[in-house]
Design a protein around this ligand. Sequence first.
Ligand code: FEO
Length: 404
Amino acid sequence: MKPVEIKKGIYWVGAVDWDIRDFHGYSTNKGSTYNSYLVIDDKVTLFDTVKSGFQGEMLHRIHQIIDPKKIDYLVVNHLEMDHSGSLPQVLGEIQPEKVFTSPLGQKAMQAHFHYQDWPVNVVKTGDVLSLGSRSVHFLETRMVHWPDSMFSYIPQEKLLISNDGFGLHWATSQRFHDQLDQAELMSHAAKYYANILLLYSPLIQKLLATVGEMKLDIDTIAPDHGPVWRDPGKIIKAYDCWSRQEAWSKAVVVFDTMWHSTEKMAKAVADALIDEGICVKLMNLATCHRSDVMTEALDAKALVFGSPTLNNGMLPRMADMLTYMRGLKPAGKIAAAFGSYGWSGEAVKHINEYLADMKLEVIDPGIRHQYVPDHAMLHKCRELGLKVAQAVKDSGVPVCACQL
Ligand code: FEO
């Protein structure tokens, strides 16, 4: 694949990872991209690099435009290894005059690479770097999603190079968002938000406000994963919805099961919700990945969890799910729990502890049933579903999802 000119004299020169299937616990079932951008100006500048092992692909693309040794500046917007892992090799190859990174980027760079003589220059919010006909305005975006994270804005091009912000994991041959299936595009963007950025939603709200106050004129957002957003209104609106954790009339019933008893209970809960007109996602952890559950949870108003008891606790996949979800801090949701047991039955109690930890609104003490549920118990599960449905309706959430 050739380099792709995203603006006159500005090229995507990154790499496509068709094979990656796990990104620290997030299922990247359609691969990813590691984007870097080359700006040809008086000072030839490379923005970001790629994961270790992909530097050959990136350098090959750069070679098709210019000798990599002619690169003057390297801007490192973020130190996570999917962008910086190839730094030692890339710096050895291009030998830039200067490397720019944020104050916390410099610390992270030192802590990762223990470098001696890299020509590192620290830039902070408000600093401006002239490239010749263009300038780069730096904006630190601390904890969105690492302490070192930074945006680079080129006003002459109305271009925001946004690092992980507005990114998504999807290996594609197309480089622009408007060349892709829009429904699939937004589902990958939602998955990325739910699994990488949800925890930082309050900071993202502030960042969107700051960008608004700065009145940055932006017609293109170039993230470091996924496609370049030409006309980025759609993704900015989505980030506004997601960072406010806007929910609608939707419930996720997530469960694991040992001998199908908890599964029967889950189906009774889900059926009642469906009968009340709530959109339901019934997700068995034996077949649904934790990161897909998080994606469905992003805009759901209710989360209902079911697990049988194993060795005085919940099943391991449910513990995994709840630990992962607790870290991402979903907010403003209604929750409940249920599960079958043999002789001790602590799973529901342990699930409720997680729900309390997450500060979700637990609307029922939870339902437990010894061994196989009978009709009376399934009726009780149905009543739990009706109770959750009523709480969703009483919350006043819209009946339709945020239109993106
Ligand atoms: Fe894509 Fe935080 O790295």
